[in-house]
Design a binder for this molecule. Structure first.
Ligand code: ATP
Ligand code: MG
Ligand code: MG
Ligand code: MG
Length: 491
């Protein structure tokens, strides 16, 4: 296992440290408690935002940092970078993943960044260069920016012209969020098949031609008024560790790498549908593998997030975590017919697999297990009822030839059984039904209005035993995590 995930990670950091004088700046917490613009760390550059913006206190150790590298814990399940809907359904997006990163803060720029990326991939990891494609920013009128011919020309030193591709701003202008440091980027893509022209498959959602590394040329800051040039130019690179490990291990997908196998064995012990077989699709058989991927992913995401101080709840980050957990538990109980409580059993496996690199997991293991057991228990009972309820709904809809799960039906499942709307939407999709998300949102508004009125009536002295009972139940349901607080409707 020359290229175990551990070795792939260490080799990256060592390359930039030993060969190019970078400082190993360890991963920041995946829960960015100090940045209100950010739900979870979504890229390695997040923790360096003040450096890019020139806002570092001169006495801070960061003030003199010129070059850095690390492996950063990331979660992309909300905000600008939200991959939750794809997770499990494809084989190369996770909610939680590790991003290998290297940075230059006003130091070296495009030429070195491209040279070293190519050197590391082809001379250290020994990747066959004929499998590699590079993209560069093709220019954009709306942003008022020309094509990045500099990046293109540096790539042409290493790759033939038919494997150096211009792409639009959607893929090649990188931004961390609605505001913050940003810039044009140049990405490296890998063809798992080889011996063919795969240029048309780059950035085309093909699982065999995947983006592995993004080199961002941070030159701007976006604020409410638009793009502003920064005083200095910076390099910010990010490479998906699991994607890189998959190709170095010669595996067809991220989920076939070493670190997922102990998780899959543990899930298999609870599955009544047999072991993981790596298929992708939406029919009954392939749905099993979707469930395996989602569950393994979600167990990792929750473990890392809780270790860093987040807790599933009814608002903000906490509600994102609650939705991830319910998504995972639903896949297990409904699709794999796993027994209740299967999900918490995965936590010790996550801890064992990742503690060497991330000791905080071991330190928080007891808390993580306890929190997840509680969450899973609270949802498990409601989930069984919800599954039965949805089956009945399907029959009713078939009888009356309806094809859309209505807002009020989704609201009922949300209100009485704790089903986040995206979960009901997913179940509708699996049953080839449509889903009325706008209708659901309207129901939420009506419900909020109703509870405002109730509160008002109560204040005006009109409180009746009925209103008190409603208030008590609302309170109870909130405490059980069944009803959200006001601002969770955003998610
Ligand atoms: P994609 O186009 O595949 O969604 P991206 O362009 O959104 O990726 P970047 O923001 O450029 O990704 O992040 C840098 C690198 O992190 C990517 O090149 C990829 O290797 C990895 N990466 C991004 N999102 C994920 C994810 N959800 N799961 C695993 N790896 C990811
Ligand atoms: Mg993406
Ligand atoms: Mg991309
Ligand atoms: Mg990218």
């Amino acid at each position: 296992d020359k290229w175990s995930t551990t070795n792939v990670r260490n080799t990256f950091v060592e390359y930039f440290k030993a060969k190019h004088n970078h400082v190993n700046q360890v991963s920041s917490p995946v829960v960015p408690l100090l940045d209100p613009t950010l739900l979870f760390a979504n890229a390695g550059m997040n923790q360096f935002k003040p450096i890019f913006l020139g806002q570092v206190d001169p006495s801070s150790p960061l003030a003199n940092l010129k070059r850095a590298c690390n492996s950063q814990k990331c979660i992309r399940a909300g905000g600008k970078h939200n991959d939750l809907d794809d997770v499990g359904r494809d084989t190369y997006h996770h909610t939680f993943f590790e991003m290998l990163g290297s940075w230059s803060f006003g130091d070296y720029f495009k030429e070195e960044a491209i040279e070293w990326a190519f050197d590391l991939l082809t001379n250290v990891y020994k990747i066959d260069q004929s499998r590699l494609y590079a993209t560069y920013f093709g220019g954009d009128d709306k942003l008022g920016l020309p094509a990045d011919t500099e990046a293109r020309d540096f790539w042409l030193k290493y790759l033939p012209a038919d494997r150096v591709i211009a792409c639009d701003a959607a893929d090649n202008f990188w931004e961390m969020g609605d505001t913050g440091p940003c810039g044009p980027c140049s990405e490296i893509h890998y063809d798992r098949i080889g011996n063919r022209d795969a240029s048309a498959l780059v950035n085309a959602d093909d699982p065999d031609v995947i983006e592995i590394w993004n080199i961002v040329f941070i030159e701007f800051n976006r604020d409410e008024s638009g793009l502003k040039p920064l005083p200095n130019k910076h390099i910010d690179t990010g490479m998906g560790l699991e994607r890189l490990a998959s190709l170095l291990q010669g595996k067809p997908s991220n989920y076939d790498i070493d670190v997922f196998q102990p998780l899959f064995s543990t899930i298999a012990a609870s599955s009544k549908k047999g072991p993981y077989q790596g298929m992708v699709g939406t029919d009954d058989v392939t749905l099993r593998d979707t469930a395996y991927r989602a569950i393994a992913d979600h167990a990792r995401a929750l473990s890392f997030a809780i270790a860093d101080g987040a807790v599933p709840s009814n608002e903000g980050r906490g509600y994102v975590l609650r939705r991830i957990l319910r998504r995972g538990v639903r896949y297990g109980q409904q699709i794999l017919e796993a027994d209740r409580g299967f999900f918490a059993k995965l936590i010790p496996i996550v801890v064992e697999t990742f503690s060497e690199a991330y000791p905080e997991l071991k330190a928080k293991e007891k808390d993580i297990i306890e929190i997840i057991e509680d969450e899973e228990r609270a949802f498990g009972t409601m989930l069984d009822r919800g599954i039965v309820h949805f089956e009945e709904l399907k029959v009713k809809m078939k009888d009356s030839k309806r094809d859309t799960v209505s807002g009020s039906e989704a609201f009922f499942m949300y209100d009485t059984m704790g089903f986040p709307p995206d979960l009901t939407e997913q179940m509708a999709e699996e049953a080839n039904l449509k889903f009325d998300m706008d209708g659901f949102k309207k129901e939420m508004e009506t419900q909020k209005e109703r509870s405002r009125l109730d509160r008002k009536q109560k204040r005006s002295g009109a409180s009746s035993i009925v209103l008190e009972l409603i208030a008590e139940q609302t309170d109870y349901l909130s405490k059980q995590g069944i009803l959200p607080t006001d601002d969770s409707s955003k998610y």
